[in-house]
Design a protein around this ligand. Structure first.
Ligand code: HEC
Length: 170
C-alpha cells in the first residue's frame, strides 16, 4: 500500500515537477540569450565600413575573457592608469588609427600603440605579441580577441553611461 502511494507521488507529482523545472530553466535560458537583439549585436567590423553581427554565444565568451584578462585595468570600460584613453566609443573613435571596429581592436591586441599611433606599446600593454611579458594573453585565440572586441563595442550599447563612467563622446 505504502509502496504504491510512493509510486503515485513519483508519477503524478515529482516527475511533472521536474519536467516543469527543466522547461522553465530552458525557457529562461532562451529568453536571456534572445534578450540582446540583433541590432545591438551588429557592430562595425573594419575601417572599410563593413558590419558584423556577433552571436550571443560570442558575446558571452567575450565578456568572460574580458573579465579574465582586461577588467583588472579596464573594469566597466575605464582605463585605471590612464583615464583619458578609456574604452568608450568616443575615445576609441578618435585614436589614430581609430579603434572603434572589431578589426582595429584585434589589431591593437596584437600590436598596441600609443593613442597617436606613433609608438609601439607592446612592452607596456598586454598583447599576443608579448605573451612572455603578459602570460594572460597566451591562451587567447584570434576568435577570443574577436569576442573581446565585440564585448567592448556592444557593452556601451547595452549599459549606456555605465560603460567608461558615462564619459561624454569627445
Ligand atoms: C595592466 C593594465 C592593462 C591591462 C591588463 C589591459 N589594458 Fe588596455 N590599456 C591600458 C592602458 C594604461 C591603456 C592606455 C595606453 C596608452 O597610454 O595609450 C590601455 C589602452 C587600451 C585600448 C586603447 C583605448 C583607446 O581609447 O584607444 C584598448 C582597445 C585596450 N586597452 C584594450 C584592452 C583589452 C581588450 C585588454 C585585455 C585583453 C586590455 N586592454 C588589458 C591598460 C591595460
Amino acid at each position: 500500500m505504502l509502496y504504491t502511494s510512493k509510486k503515485i507521488v513519483a508519477r503524478y507529482f515529482i516527475l511533472p515537477l521536474c519536467a516543469g523545472m527543466i522547461a522553465i530553466t530552458f525557457w529562461t535560458g532562451v529568453a536571456m540569450a534572445a534578450s540582446i537583439d540583433k541590432v545591438t549585436r551588429t557592430i562595425p567590423l573594419n575601417a572599410e565600413g563593413r558590419q558584423t553581427t556577433l552571436t550571443t554565444n560570442q558575446l558571452a565568451i567575450g565578456q568572460r575573457k574580458f573579465n579574465g584578462s582586461c577588467a583588472s585595468c579596464h573594469l566597466d570600460g575605464v582605463t585605471k592608469t590612464n583615464p583619458i584613453v578609456d574604452l568608450s566609443p568616443g575615445s576609441l573613435a578618435l585614436a589614430t588609427p581609430p579603434r572603434n571596429t572589431v578589426a582595429s581592436i584585434v589589431d591593437y591586441l596584437e600590436n598596441p600603440t600609443t593613442y597617436d599611433g606613433l609608438q609601439d606599446l607592446s612592452k607596456f600593454h598586454p598583447s599576443t605579441q608579448r605573451t612572455d611579458l603578459f602570460p594572460k594573453m597566451r591562451d587567447l585565440s584570434k576568435d577570443d580577441l574577436t569576442a573581446i572586441a565585440g564585448h567592448i563595442l556592444v557593452q556601451p550599447k547595452i549599459v549606456g553611461d555605465q560603460w567608461a563612467g558615462g564619459k561624454p563622446k569627445r
